[in-house]
Structures are given as structure tokens and as C-alpha cells.
Design a protein around this ligand. Structure first.
Ligand code: HEC
Length: 122
């Protein structure tokens, strides 16, 4: 069995993290096909689960931070909702923050941005 290190030789940490992000998004796409496909409708329950499970896999289940930074209201309230929406849709290049555009509509990303800014889940 070849090890990961052999398949992925000499990558720097950012590349590895970005690859991890791509793999997580792919895994999410495979395991939650219905989570966020609808173009204009928003399934709030599915999106809420996605935030805590899929975003939470990097940002912490309670969004307090992990591989990715703290996403609780106090940590992100200086951002405009549309900036957060863009970050969610397009990711942050060169980091592990993956683009979610393949997995969700703009409306859904806007819903998540509002959800994070409200911080009503605790
Ligand atoms: C594979 C890991 C990973 C996943 C999954 C992930 N993120 Fe991130 N995210 C990161 C990392 C790492 C950063 C910090 C990037 C940097 O260095 O600027 C980040 C940054 C962010 C930021 C900017 C925060 C700030 O203070 O600058 C937001 C907002 C964000 N992520 C939201 C989300 C949301 C919402 C989801 C789920 C839809 C998600 N992320 C899923 C790794 C991830």
C-alpha cells in the first residue's frame, strides 16, 4: 500500500491543506448530494447541518476554530454579509478554505453568511 507521503511528495503545507479542502468538499458532495443543490430554495435544516458538520470539520463543530479560524459572531461581525458570502463561494486561494460554489447556490451561501452573523445557534 503506497503511503500518502509517496503519492503526494514534496508539497508544502498550503498545498496539502488546499488538497485536503478539495477532498472534504468532494466527500461532502458525495455524502450530502441533497444538502445544497436546489438553486433558489433554501433548506435551512440541511444548511445548518452543513455549517456545523462540513464547515465544522475545519472550523470546529461549535465553530470556535480549528484548522480554520473562529466563525462565531464576535469573530466575524466586522465582515459585511456579502464579503462572507464571497469567501464561502470562492474560498481563499492558497489556503485550506475551499470554494463551495460547486456545492451550493449564491442564495444558500448568503443564508450561511446571515446565519453566522446572527450567531443564534448556541
Ligand atoms: C478544509 C478546511 C475548511 C473547510 C471545510 C471550511 N473552511 Fe473556512 N477556512 C478554512 C481556513 C484554513 C481558513 C483561513 C484561511 C486563511 O488563512 O485566511 C478559512 C477561512 C474562512 C472564513 C474567513 C474567516 C476570517 O476570519 O477571515 C470564513 C468566513 C469561512 N472560512 C467560512 C467557512 C464556511 C461557511 C465553511 C463551510 C461552508 C467553511 N469555511 C469550510 C478552512 C476550511
Amino acid at each position: 500500500m503506497p503511503s500518502f507521503a509517496r503519492i503526494l511528495p514534496r508539497r508544502n503545507a498550503n498545498q496539502r491543506a488546499a488538497l485536503l479542502g478539495a477532498l472534504i468538499v468532494l466527500a461532502c458532495a458525495l455524502t450530502h448530494p441533497g444538502a445544497a443543490r436546489a438553486e433558489d430554495q433554501v433548506n435551512a435544516d440541511a444548511l445548518q447541518r452543513l455549517v456545523h458538520q462540513d464547515c465544522g470539520s475545519c472550523h470546529g463543530l461549535r465553530l470556535k476554530g480549528g484548522l480554520g479560524p473562529d466563525l462565531r459572531r464576535e469573530a466575524i461581525e466586522h465582515y459585511e454579509a456579502d464579503i462572507l458570502q464571497m469567501v464561502i463561494l470562492d474560498g481563499i486561494e492558497g489556503t485550506a478554505m475551499p470554494p463551495w460554489r460547486p456545492l451550493m447556490s449564491e442564495t444558500e451561501a448568503a443564508w450561511i453568511a446571515d446565519y453566522l452573523l446572527k450567531g443564534d445557534y448556541e
